[in-house]
Design a protein around this ligand. Structure first.
Ligand code: OAD
Length: 237
């Protein structure tokens, strides 16, 4: 029987936004021009060709700006409002959880709507689509700006990661929604939760490396299955 007062953690990945129209990283929509998204999200790519990387992010921001949160985002926002002990951890940088009403989001991989300077400490929200200048420059020191996202090979924000570890290690229930569970350290969070006694539920149409460890699988699109599951959970079923 699931305990409604136990700490609940939701970990999301690109799949939670798939039904909103945001391309996942490793799915069929993960290509831009002829580049893999995962090849452009690196410090090396940015050093080599900042314009190309910014053109990619400008395109992604444009796609995301036209998307709306889907029933999975809305259900997760409702969980935060309803449950006494709830944490949302996302690998997504798209801001759709926040637009659905989630208040406290641990953004493990940063936020595509924040830019920061590569030289000084300038950091700001920037929702302009398309950007008027590519690559954008720092209004303070004229150096290149970059998106405030974590690229491959970069370390995650230590404070955000620590809070995610703490939440995972004390969870009674963890839902893992729409992630291929391939990218560390996010992929370790469900295993840490389980080692500490949490029940794991995976919400994903496909098998992932996490699937063998999950106590329950909701095999299908999160936007369809999560609202239903939440109704049953609240009814104690
Ligand atoms: P992936 O693109 O690797 O995986 C998306 C997952 O979502 C896959 O397992 C799909 O089966 C699943 N999926 C697709 N449609 C779904 C739906 N409607 N409902 C539920 N699940 C669905 O994305 P992530 O796991 O988020 O990192 O990738 C992790 C990280 O790798 C990203 O945050 C990004 C990426 O490169 C950085 O940018 C640092």
């Amino acid at each position: 029987m699931l305990d409604l007062t136990a700490p609940v953690v939701v970990l999301t990945g690109a799949g939670v936004s798939a039904e909103s129209g945001v391309p996942t990283f490793r799915g069929t929509g993960g290509l831009w021009r002829d580049y893999r998204a995962t090849d452009l999200a690196t410090p090396q790519a940015f050093r080599r060709d900042p314009r190309l990387v910014w053109e990619f992010y400008d395109w992604r921001r444009d796609v995301i700006a036209a998307c709306e949160p889907n029933p999975a985002h809305h259900t997760i926002a409702l969980m935060e409002q309803t449950l006494p002990d709830f944490t949302l951890i996302t690998q997504n940088v798209d801001g759709l959880h926040q637009r659905a009403g989630s208040q406290n989001v641990l953004t493990l991989h940063g936020d595509i709507w924040i830019v920061r300077c590569t030289t000084c400490d300038y950091r700001s929200q920037d929702h302009r689509v398309p950007l008027p200048e590519i690559p954008p420059r720092c209004p303070r020191c004229e150096s290149l700006l970059r998106p405030d996202v974590v690229w491959f090979g970069e370390t995650l924000d230590a404070d955000v990661l620590q809070r995610a570890w703490t939440a995972a290690s004390r969870a009674g229930l963890m839902l893992v929604v729409g992630t291929s569970a391939l990218v560390q350290p996010a992929a370790s969070l469900p295993l840490l939760a389980q080692e500490n006694g949490a029940m794991l539920i995976e919400v994903n149409p496909d098998e992932t490396p996490l699937s063998p460890y999950a106590n329950q699988h909701l095999r299908g699109p999160a936007g369809e299955l999560l609202p239903d599951w939440w109704g049953r959970f609240q009814a104690g079923k």
